[in-house]
Write a protein that binds this ligand. Structure first.
Ligand SMILES: Nc1ncnc2c1ncn2[C@@H]1O[C@H](COP(=O)(O)OP(=O)(O)OP(=O)(O)O)[C@@H](O)[C@H]1O
Ligand SMILES: [Mg+2]
Length: 242
């Protein structure tokens, strides 16, 4: 239950820093996300984009600063803690298991269950395969066999699987770390639409990171450098943070 449903911001980082020993990965970062906004985080390699994403996703805790969800300061203990609060993430390394099937990867940790004899709880394979194939088809990916190992898929297909999974389970906030790096033109074009539809009310903020070189190629509409934004874009709900 959100602490303050009327809070203007769904997620806030205030003066957040992250240190790994003597490495300063982030220093004094402030980010605020309102419902319905799409943010793009730009930065060179090693700038700290993934570290910021991992803080939002509950993988890392900030060394300094405050992290608020719905206006309430939180200390997320794990990614599943973040998921429980509706913060879904597609990581740069995709977090897939190559030896497991498409359907198994799609539902990893949130498997649909069917009961046998009222006692045994088994993985509902047919249901999982049907949903996984349908959601990938929405992304423009035709899966030959939902039982095929993810290791047999191309890099772009794997990226679509990770994005489709996050969209399917991402209730309120969808975070994408370099979401279109391995995608083709058609699949890249499919990312912003489903991302905006991630919640039934279409009110989820979406945060996407990209290296500056990709942003200047502008393969995705979620990617725009602040100096390129038109007045119309500035007045719309799409925000761009550096
Ligand atoms: N677990 C860690 N331990 C030590 N240093 C780390 C760790 N994670 C990140 N760093 C360092 O923090 C800095 C920021 O890394 P990060 O992965 O956030 O960059 P990035 O902006 O995502 O880069 P890229 O565009 O290459 O993905 C880098 O110098 C990196 O070496
Ligand atoms: Mg990164």
């Amino acid at each position: 239950m959100p602490a303050d449903p009327k809070s203007e911001y769904i997620l806030e980082l205030e003066n957040v820093s992250k240190y790994f020993g003597s490495v300063i990965a982030l220093r004094d970062v402030t980010v605020r996300l309102r419902r319905g906004e799409v943010h793009c985080l730009l930065g060179d390699n090693g700038a700290g984009k993934s570290t910021l994403i991992k803080i939002l996703a509950g993988c890392h805790r900030p060394s300094e600063g405050t992290f608020k969800v719905d206006g309430e300061p939180v200390a997320l203990k794990s990614p599943s803690d973040a998921l429980d609060r509706g913060i879904a993430t597609v990581y740069q390394d995709l977090a897939l298991v190559p030896l497991m099937s498409v359907a198994r990867n799609f539902f990893m940790g949130r498997e649909p269950i069917r009961r046998v004899g009222g006692v045994f709880r088994l993985f509902h394979r047919e249901h999982a395969e049907e949903i996984a194939c349908a959601k990938l088809a929405d992304m423009g990916i035709k899966v030959r066999d939902a039982e095929q190992a993810v290791g047999t898929m191309s890099g772009g297909e794997r990226q679509c699987l990770a994005i489709a999974r996050a969209i399917h389970f991402g209730a309120r906030v969808l975070i994408l770390d370099e979401p279109t790096a391995a995608l083709g033109v058609r699949q890249s074009a499919n990312v912003p639409g489903p991302a905006r539809k991630a919640s039934p009310s279409s009110s989820s903020p979406t945060t996407s990171t990209t290296p500056i070189r990709s942003a200047t190629r502008s393969r995705s509409s979620t990617v725009a450098a602040p100096w390129e934004r038109s007045a119309r874009e500035r007045s719309s709900a799409t925000r761009c943070s550096t």
